[in-house]
Design a protein around this ligand. Structure first.
Ligand SMILES: Nc1ncnc2c1ncn2[C@@H]1O[C@H](COP(=O)(O)OP(=O)(O)OP(=O)(O)O)[C@@H](O)[C@H]1O
Length: 241
């Protein structure tokens, strides 16, 4: 996926020589403290942030080609989205079909069917005609997951899909992600839920500007590694302090 990627914002080095590859049928949990470069890694993979060094390949394509072909689906962090934008859930999901529609953007039957199926799969069918800004945090995340599904993405990048999400939406998202993994998709998921990484992910990657570790969750979540990444060894969620 990425090889030797370095990104600076002016004087700030957000990523330094990061190499990470995740195979098909795998969910990789991306962990790191605030400001460790997780969102930058996602935007660099998407080709939305320019890397100073290194290369990005998504299923053997450069990011722009992967975006154009719809092979990569991206669920951004909530703060990166303008929720006042007056679009309905069904419109957001239909955007996943734009790459197939040509310049007129007139949906065909196959587009409508793909959108309906994606809404159904993410439990949003009843909310299809609601403004995206009028949804809960978890429902909004699900709308972006649905967009990726409708678009036929093979690789999914999910930036904090569980942040600010109620238990019901979290369960739906986990179910959908696990099903996509079982269908052979590749998923990179950033999260602060350390216990969840062990449950959901096949592998974990620990970021602190550089990639500190990548491998089985049990190894990556070892206390000494977490100490290095977070400064303190955080308790897995749900465990009493
Ligand atoms: N647009 C920007 N301009 C300048 N610096 C930035 C910009 N975006 C991020 N940074 C800096 O780059 C570093 C990495 O930020 P990034 O948002 O990628 O981290 P993160 O791990 O996603 O953080 P969080 O968990 O808080 O979302 C931080 O030091 C941040 O302050």
């Amino acid at each position: 996926m990425v090889a030797g990627v370095t990104v600076h914002y002016g004087d700030v080095c957000a990523l330094e020589d990061v190499s990470l590859s995740v195979g098909p049928g795998r969910i990789c949990g991306l962990l790191g403290a605030n400001g460790s470069g997780k969102s930058t890694l996602f935007t660099a993979i998407m080709g939305l942030t320019a890397a100073d060094a290194g290369s990005v390949r998504i299923l053997d394509c450069d990011p722009a080609t992967a975006r154009r072909r719809g092979t990569v689906g991206y669920v951004p962090q909530s703060e990166q989205v303008d929720w006042a934008f007056p679009v309905r859930v069904i419109d957001v999901v239909m955007m996943g079909r734009y790459g197939r529609m040509g310049p007129t953007r007139r949906p065909r039957r196959a587009d409508r069917e793909a959108v309906d199926a994606a809404l159904e799969r993410t439990g949003l069918a009843d909310l299809a005609h609601r403004q995206i800004g009028a949804l809960s945090g978890g429902q909004r995340k699900r709308a972006f997951v649905a967009r990726g599904i409708a678009q036929g993405a093979r690789v999914f990048l999910l930036d904090e899909p569980f942040a600010g999400v109620d238990r019901g939406s979290e369960a739906t998202i986990i179910e959908v992600l696990a099903a996509m993994r079982d269908e052979g998709h590749t998923l990179l998921v950033s999260t602060h839920d350390l216990a969840g990484v062990g449950r959901l992910c096949d592998e974990a990657a620990l970021l602190q500007r550089r990639l500190l570790a990548h491998g089985p969750p049990g190894e990556v979540l070892a206390p000494e590694r977490l100490m290095e990444a977070f400064g303190i060894a955080p308790l897995p969620e749900g465990r009493p302090a």
